[in-house]
Design a protein. Structure first.
Length: 218
């Protein structure tokens, strides 16, 4: 047994006799799906109730209909707000928003007005009462379909009812949305990171095969 300095978890280490590069460490079950978004979740049906919660337990769960989820601890201030109103906005975060994202994740809305203290701007959504965060490049309006009480976290399974995208990242000539220009951040093992350069696009492996086959045929 050894102690992981980063997480404090006890690890069961498997050693091989020949220092093989394929040697593995066997850990007890835990959360290891990283990196993840560091999303700011805005909620509340009217200004006095508005709050922001930062989560990384989030993602897409269905394409058609478009659906996503967030998992929240019941002890969090935002939990009861979201559960009561059954709606929230998932706001993507950027390098410029990193400080605010972290701060909103460790401070409680019971004690702070997170919008005003982080100089963030609540903006009316198009389909729900929860506000958008203007400074976020993409705001995903969500309506809760179901709540699954899993354990430490409860999962809010939600329908995506609208998406608001910052027009400055839209290239009208090419018809592409350059979200990479927003300098999005991600979360991994308690740390925030900038997203890196593109190394490929969906289907690029098939394109390479096709090109090679064409050359051989010629």
């Amino acid at each position: 047994m050894c102690l992981n300095k980063d997480t404090g978890r006890r690890l069961l280490t498997i050693f091989t006799s020949n220092s093989s590069p394929m040697a593995k460490l066997l850990w007890k079950p835990g959360t290891m799906v990283y990196p993840l978004p560091a999303a700011m979740i805005s909620c509340g049906s009217e200004p006095s109730e508005y709050n922001i919660l930062t989560v990384s337990w989030t993602g897409t769960i269905c394409t058609d209909p478009p659906m996503c989820y967030i998992s929240v601890r019941p002890a969090r201030h935002s939990y009861n707000i979201i559960r009561k109103n059954r709606e929230f906005v998932l706001n993507l975060t950027t390098k410029k928003l990193a400080f605010a994202a972290d701060w909103c994740g460790v401070k409680s809305g019971k004690d702070h007005n997170k919008f005003s203290e982080m100089n963030l701007t609540p903006v009316p959504a198009s389909e729900i009462k929860a506000p958008l965060i203007r400074e976020s490049p993409v705001n995903i309006e969500c309506r809760v379909r179901d709540i699954v009480e899993l354990g430490s976290h409860h999962m809010f399974i939600s329908d995506v009812v609208a998406i608001n995208a910052d027009k400055k990242y839209f290239n009208a000539k090419t018809g592409t949305f350059r979200l990479s220009d927003a300098e999005l951040i991600c979360y991994s093992h308690g740390r925030y990171y900038e997203t890196g350069r593109m190394i490929g696009k969906f289907g690029f492996s098939v394109e390479k095969i096709k090109k090679k086959r064409k050359k051989k045929n010629n």
